[in-house]
Design a protein. Structure first.
Length: 507
């Protein structure tokens, strides 16, 4: 089946179409499994959405990930690997024709890429984000006009010329961060924190220095952020203890992991400070543009339902993927440094859009919440759309079947997948409500596969969007990684999981 050219992008209703024999064969081959479950509803959905799929190099993997931000001033102050690039946001805003005087929404703001691009373009923006570390990043990055460069240069000079001391205040560890630093590094880190508080600096500088300290935690630690979890270098006592316990149980120790250079606190601080000062100086040369941007702290599942309707001209976002990545583990060092204890971290984990195997159902709570704000009927509408969606129900049944057959390596995946799509349905419903007519919504997401079952996240979201009134326009399909030989691909075939940007229009 031919895909459409960029020029012919127009919103069409989702209707059944007859695929060409070659296209049908390709899709059937991709979904083929051992026959334990049906994939007919998903295959039908693929046919229904085929005309939307637009393979493109315009949005490559670099743009759709944090990679392109590594060189982008301001955006690289905090390495937020789950973010997308500022360039992607700029491209989409240009494509959608959104400019100053208009207002956009980013419901999963993360490191605030969308908000910061909006700020530089003079576009109003509202973001929602659950993690405190992202709020600190926004606080520090969005104030770039308020910094006193001379004061910052003074701090840099002081760091360069001063031999660091050792604090006796321990790092506020939680269980999963214990032994992340050598005792010397930890005592130095805490010493800098105390000194920065005692230097009598202005408030903007103090909040920027907090972010600078946060931004070096990984580099000075024995850990590396690795998607689902933190990886531990073999030099960490935690890794050594874990291996000793395994050996005592006559098991093989884990494969040794060496993260490479662990930076001295002073060295890492000097590098980070130089970078922020350089960026601030460069950005101050640009004229100030009008526009108001704010980041709301909390869960999107409760903030969106309370927002005034018909107010946004575009949404550019990327929710957590349905891939078991646990942000509260990956960012455990940063959360602990900011004072989040065990209880708060556990609470944040549960508040995440269900993307980890530990998430419990939020449905009863959502029902009570929608009733409490007088919107019980809307709750029923969303639940009805989920229950009546054939492809989605097929996915839920398939994943449960895989769990029962022992084809999943963690049964928590069942609850995660069900929670993920149910919660996402509420988000999509609310996005439609808060968008103005003519607004476009762009969502970056990855398809996933569990127990051999392909879950076409992009098309499942798109079908829900169409149910709630959006006109699906395009599913930009990103180039696949060549030679990808992940475990699942080896076991289930050559087709890699689609990575895409779905675009819907509120007409
Ligand atoms: C893929 S990241 C978004 C990255 C962002 N686009 C950027 O460029 O940095 C998804 C974000 O959603 C946030 N998140 C997850 N569940 C949430 C919820 N229930 N409410 C608000 N934010 C949530 C996560 O903390 C994470 O920062």
């Amino acid at each position: 089946m031919k895909t459409r050219s960029v020029a012919s992008q127009i919103a069409l209703p989702l209707v059944e179409v007859n695929p060409s024999p070659t296209y049908e064969a390709r899709i059937r081959e991709a979904y083929a499994n051992d026959g334990a479950t049906s994939c007919e509803a998903r295959i039908a959905l693929e046919f229904k959405c085929a005309r939307l799929l637009l393979p493109t190099d315009e949005f490559n993997r670099k743009l759709v990930s944090y990679q392109a931000n590594k060189e982008a001033r301001l955006h690289n102050w905090l390495k937020y690997k789950e973010g997308f690039s500022a360039q992607l946001v700029g491209n989409l805003l240009g494509k959608f024709g959104v400019g100053p005087g208009q207002k956009i929404l980013e419901p999963f703001a993360g490191s605030a890429t969308t908000l910061l691009v909006a700020k530089e373009l003079g576009i109003d923006a509202v973001g929602v984000e659950i993690l405190p570390v992202c709020h600190l990043a926004w606080e520090a990055k969005s104030k770039y006009r308020e910094y006193d460069v001379a004061e910052l240069c003074g701090v840099l000079k002081w760091v360069e010329e001063t031999t660091p001391g050792q604090s006796s205040t321990p790092f506020p560890h939680i269980a999963i961060t214990e032994s992340a630093f050598s005792p010397e590094q930890e005592a130095r880190l805490m010493w800098y924190r105390e000194q920065f508080d005692a230097l009598g600096l202005s408030n903007p500088t103090r909040s920027l220095l907090q972010l600078v300290l946060i931004s070096i935690l990984e580099d000075i630690s024995y850990t590396r952020k690795d998607g689902q979890y933190l990886r531990w270098d073999s030099r960490a006592t935690k890794a050594q203890g874990r291996d000793a316990r395994r050996v005592a149980q006559s098991k093989q120790p884990f494969k040794a992991f060496d993260k490479g250079k662990i930076f001295e606190v002073k060295e890492a601080l000097i590098t980070a400070l130089n970078q922020v000062i350089r960026d601030i100086e460069a950005m101050l040369l640009n004229g100030k543009l009008p526009g108001h941007q704010e980041l709301i702290e909390g869960t999107v599942l409760e903030t969106l339902p309370k927002m005034e309707g018909e107010q946004f001209d575009a949404v550019i976002t990327s929710p957590p993927y349905c891939n078991r990545y646990d942000y509260t583990r990956t960012y455990a060092l940063e959360l602990a440094f900011l004072g989040a204890g065990e209880e708060e971290v556990r609470h944040l984990r549960q508040e995440l859009l269900s993307c980890t195997v530990e998430n419990r159902s939020k449905l009863a709570r959502l029902e009570a919440y929608y009733s409490s704000i007088g919107r019980a009927t809307d709750f029923q509408k969303v639940v009805g759309a989920v229950n009546n969606n054939h492809a989605l129900q097929e996915v839920f049944i398939a994943i449960r079947t895989r769990g029962a057959r022992g084809d999943l390596n963690n049964k928590g995946v069942i609850r995660m997948v069900e929670g993920y799509f149910t919660e996402l349905a509420f988000v999509i419903f609310e996005l439609h409500r808060v968008c103005r007519a003519g607004a476009r919504v762009a969502i970056v997401n990855d398809n996933v596969r569990y127990g051999g079952e392909i879950i076409p996240v992009d098309l499942l979201m798109t079908e829900l969007a169409a149910d709630f009134g959006f006109s699906p326009e395009t599913v930009y399909v990103l180039p696949q990684r060549k030679g990808n030989s992940s475990q699942q691909m080896g076991k289930y075939g050559r087709e890699a999981n689609r990575k895409s940007i779905t675009v819907w229009l509120k007409s």
